[in-house]
Design a protein around this ligand. Structure first.
Ligand SMILES: NC(=O)c1ccc[n+]([C@@H]2O[C@H](COP(=O)([O-])OP(=O)(O)OC[C@H]3O[C@@H](n4cnc5c(N)ncnc54)[C@H](OP(=O)(O)O)[C@@H]3O)[C@@H](O)[C@H]2O)c1
Length: 334
């Protein structure tokens, strides 16, 4: 494969970030954009694409999935719709980039993994933040041992939800609505990345609205070696997009994680009670970097080494466990 010809399923808001990122990639071309709503795909392409005239529009997902020249599909559909559409695309031998959360259950992600193997295609979950240069700095810093073993981490993601987005919380968690499925994947994935190791059990609690969607949730992740990490997410608190880690010898804070607008990142740290160091990290557009990485994977026919399917399965297992803990109000084993 020399050129990645993309098809996009859904006129989603996140396309504002992803359409230009795909267009910026020198090996990529967007051939088609589908929306089930009349006129929505045209509007989305006009609003967000740099070259909307190059993109064919359709209301039929099958036109994209069955298009012989399309070899990669991006799925920014609602969380609960990902699996069915991904399996259809994979069956047509398309590589697939699926927005987070890849699916709502571990079993669904396992079925996507098996289908990808059977059809010899590459699938990746869209956690763009791991491609920001600050994340490479952070992982290197953790492995340098300067902080000692990481014993605890806390992540926080919140913003007041805007009325235009109320449809995200107008359906139950069971149907994919609420904060946990929407912003929780970032807060939890990040804790898994920076702590390392496997999670044994989860205790989480949430404030529900009348639709049984969580508008705020907090939880404790207990690792198999008894280390702990906590998260707090909310659609009703002021903007927070950060996490902090605590090792045996020092602490580190990442001030903005999931909402970078191609700006400089700031990481601060203190080791053994010494003065705080504020580290500025080079600018980076994590959406562009995510697409470049995925395209590189396709051109080399290799699964992502940053976001593997094994990671997606573990992530889904922890997300599903967190959901079950909120529902049961108990510790639940992963
Ligand atoms: N990576 C990131 O930074 C990031 C950011 C936000 C979201 N996400 C993830 O990306 C996925 C999409 O999220 P999003 O917030 O961009 O989704 P969204 O705008 O709510 O759109 C999701 C899907 O719902 C349909 N839709 C959109 N607006 C609609 C409306 N007004 N009425 C009825 N249907 C509508 C669209 O499908 P049709 O066009 O076919 O109708 C669209 O693909 C989710 O999995 C989310 O978790 C990722």
């Amino acid at each position: 494969m020399k050129t990645v010809n993309w098809g996009i399923l859904g006129a989603a808001r996140v396309n504002q970030r992803l359409l230009p990122a795909i267009e910026n990639n020198q090996h990529s071309k967007i051939l088609m954009l589908a929306s089930r709503r009349n006129g929505a795909a045209e509007e989305c392409a006009q609003q967000f694409a740099k070259n909307p005239e190059d993109i064919k529009i359709t209301t039929q997902f099958d036109d994209v999935i069955n298009h012989p020249e399309i070899n990669a599909i991006y799925i920014p559909l609602a969380n609960e719709e990902h699996t069915e559409v991904a399996l259809k695309a994979i069956a047509q031998k398309k590589h697939v980039l699926i927005e987070k959360p890849m699916a709502l259950t571990k079993q669904e992600v396992e079925s996507i993994t098996q289908a990808a193997k059977d059809n010899n295609v590459i699938v990746m979950e869209g956690f763009m933040y791991v491609f920001h240069p600050q994340f490479d700095f952070l992982l290197d810093f953790i492995s340098s041992g300067k902080l000692g073993k990481i014993q605890y981490a806390h992540s926080m993601f919140s913003f007041p939800i805007q009325p235009a987005r109320y449809y995200r919380i107008n359906r139950s968690m069971q149907d994919g609505g609420g904060a946990l499925w929407d912003i929780g994947p970032y807060a939890i994935h990040t804790l898994r990345q920076v702590m390392g190791g496997n999670i044994k059990q989860v205790s989480a609690t949430a404030k529900m609205n009348s639709h049984q969607a969580d508008i705020s949730a907090s939880g404790i992740l207990e690792f198999t070696d008894q280390r702990r990490a906590t998260f707090d997410i909310s659609f009703e608190c002021t903007r927070r997009s950060e996490f902090e880690l605590f090792g045996e010898k020092g602490r580190l804070k990442c001030h903005t994680v999931w909402q970078h607008e191609n700006d400089e990142a700031i990481i601060s740290y203190e080791i053994d009670g010494s003065a705080q160091v504020i580290k500025k990290i080079q600018k980076g557009n994590h959406f562009d970097l995510e697409i470049n990485h995925f395209v590189e994977c396709l051109l080399n026919n290799k699964e992502s080494n940053k976001l593997s399917m094994n990671d997606a399965i573990q992530q889904a297992a922890v997300m599903e466990t967190t959901y079950k803990s909120i529902q049961s109000n108990q510790w639940v084993s992963v």
